[in-house]
Design a protein around this ligand. Structure first.
Ligand code: ADP
Length: 542
């Protein structure tokens, strides 16, 4: 306080000039105190004057309640707390000013005035209407008694601070924190459930800070969090990924890779499996722009890559097939044309003409078989073949098949052995289609066996049903080709010279027909040059 302004006002006997203390000081002077229970100012006890000096000069919100009516005196710092109650409150009994919260503050002040102790209230909610609307306010305050010259309690003193804004700020901060937590939880759920794989790698060692479910699935659910990438997934080392990650880390340039091949173990120590991924490495930077990690995201595109490769193979096979088909359909045309020319000529003998017609007949039959097979295959794949299944004897089927295959057997001078049970057995089959299957297998055995080979057909019944096995001493099959030969239009390149105009359709057709009978067709071979065996299994008749 300025030492010059200590002069008391002569008419008030107050030991300071209230005017220096702003609005509250002016009100102190303006009010005619004789009309109030406190009485004329010059009768005020010294204790009240001193208390008012402390109160008015302070910049901390304070008030004095004096006398049994608790007449209000307060300083400028306290005015905002009163809101619209100021200026009317100055010089008025406290219970009038604070009627709306008297139930809380009234009994407390009673106690202070009666017993002389002090109160301490921290952040107490007071619901009041001070600005024209009801509001929740929070205050911290302390009441303490003011003793008068006679040692009695003349009034009370209160220093109080409003915490409403701070409480509101804290509530807002809590709300934001809760909101942030909810957002973080939502993001975490999205992150975990993202269909693509996502991982956050920190530092130059690429330590897993986060990895979502899809990422864990990609790496066979191995533990990765908290571990360095190549420590967690040693199988990924030396596949080029280290260089790519370091590239992004050191240059800060994102990396985008499509259909990238990676060999990954599904379990530690398990044989690595080939996967294909589309992925992006994005640099993660700190506040200064330095790269501190890599954000990895991508998709496992193995299924798509495999499907595309299969389509490419199928497409290539189709092209090969079309070329073979054109070739095979064209081949018979030259002999047919020549045969027609000879048959038309007047100058040839009847014998020569018959020979020419024989050629035409054989070539046309060959073309018809090719085309029939093709049509059958397409019908099978569209489910358009109807079998007429009936009870037939095994021997009759084999006889029909052998008869069809006999010409090629003879031509290649093979020795055909047929082993059948002494007692003929019955089965349920479409006789034409089943004979077609067996003759097809016999013809293949003849085709893919060097001349003068041995072909054996053995048929009978075992515990599983009817078994028809065709064995040859021919070129055999590599293990890798065994499954492929049943695919449409597939021909093993090593056997192409022997294919004799086949289109790679016969086995697919035979397998389809056997399966339509509820049976299976399987091939086996000891290897190239070691002969082959084809086994048809059919259910025994019920
Ligand atoms: P095609 O005989 O018209 O080529 P197939 O579907 O009958 O067609 O046979 C497919 C392929 O299976 C043949 O090209 C051949 O490579 C192989 N194959 C079939 N039967 C035998 C067999 N008995 N021995 C060795 N290879 C065979």
């Amino acid at each position: 306080m300025d030492a010059n302004i200590t002069a008391s006002s002569p008419d008030t006997k107050i030991p300071f000039d209230p005017r220096q203390f702003g609005e509250a000081g002016r009100r102190l002077l303006d009010i005619d105190w004789t009309t109030t229970p406190v009485g004329a100012m010059d009768t005020w006890p010294q204790s009240l004057r001193i208390a008012l000096g402390i109160c008015l000069s302070s910049r901390f919100p304070m008030f004095v309640w004096w006398g049994p009516e608790r007449i209000n005196f307060y300083n400028d710092a306290y005015i905002p707390i009163l809101g619209k109650r100021h200026p009317a409150a100055f010089g008025k009994p406290a219970h009038e000013t604070w009627a709306d919260i008297w139930d809380v503050v009234g009994p407390q002040s009673d106690l202070v005035l009666r017993e002389g102790g002090a109160t301490w209230n921290e952040r107490v909610l007071l619901v009041m209407e001070r600005n024209g609307y009801v509001e929740n306010t929070w205050f911290t305050w302390s009441y303490s008694p003011i003793f008068d010259e006679s040692g009695h309690i003349g009034g009370m003193f209160c220093a109080c601070t409003e915490e409403t804004a701070r409480v509101a700020a804290e509530a807002e901060r809590d709300r934001l924190a809760r909101e942030a937590m909810t957002t973080a939880a939502t993001l975490k759920t999205w992150f975990d459930q993202a269909p693509g794989f996502v991982a956050l790698l920190r530092g130059r060692d690429f330590v897993f800070e986060m990895a979502n479910d899809a990422y864990h699935q990609l790496v066979g659910h191995r533990r990765v969090l908290g571990l360095a990438l190549f420590e967690a997934l040693p199988d990924v080392r030396n596949q080029g990924y280290e260089e790519l990650l370091l590239g992004t880390f050191t240059t800060g340039t994102p990396f985008i890779g499509r259909g990238m091949r990676v060999l990954l173990q599904e379990q530690p120590g398990a044989p690595p499996k080939e996967r294909f991924v589309d992925l992006i490495y994005n640099p993660v930077r700190d506040g200064d722009g330095h790269v501190i990690g890599i954000f990895v995201q991508g998709h496992d595109v193995t299924d798509q890559v495999v499907a595309v490769k299969a389509l490419q193979v199928a497409d290539r096979r189709k092209d090969e097939f079309l070329a073979t088909l054109a070739h095979e359909l064209r081949n018979p045309l030259a002999p047919i044309r020549q045969g027609v020319a000879i048959a038309r000529s007047n100058r040839v003998t009847e014998e020569r003409r018959a020979w020419a017609l024989g050629i035409i007949d054989r070539q046309v039959t060959h073309m018809a078989v090719l085309l029939d097979d093709l049509l059958d295959v397409s019908r099978i794949s569209r489910g358009k073949i109807n079998l007429s299944i009936r009870r037939v004897s095994l021997r009759s089927l084999i006889d029909a098949a052998v008869e069809t295959a006999q010409p090629i057997m003879d031509r290649k001078q093979h020795q055909l052995t047929v082993l059948l049970p002494e007692q003929d057995i019955d089965l349920d089959a479409d006789p034409v289609r089943m004979a077609q299957v067996i003759s097809n297998l016999l013809s293949n055995a003849a085709k893919y066996t060097e001349p003068s080979g041995r072909v054996t057909l053995e048929a009978g019944r075992d515990a599983t049903g009817i078994v028809i096995a065709i064995r040859d001493t021919g070129i055999g099959l590599e293990p890798a080709s065994i499954d492929r030969i049943f695919e449409l239009f597939s021909q093993v390149s090593s056997s192409l010279q022997q294919a004799e105009g086949g289109l790679g359709v016969g086995l697919a057709l035979s397998k389809g027909l056997v399966e339509m009978h509820g049976g299976t067709l399987e091939a086996s071979s000891q290897g190239l040059g070691k002969g082959s065996e084809f086994i048809v299994r059919l259910p025994a008749p019920g």
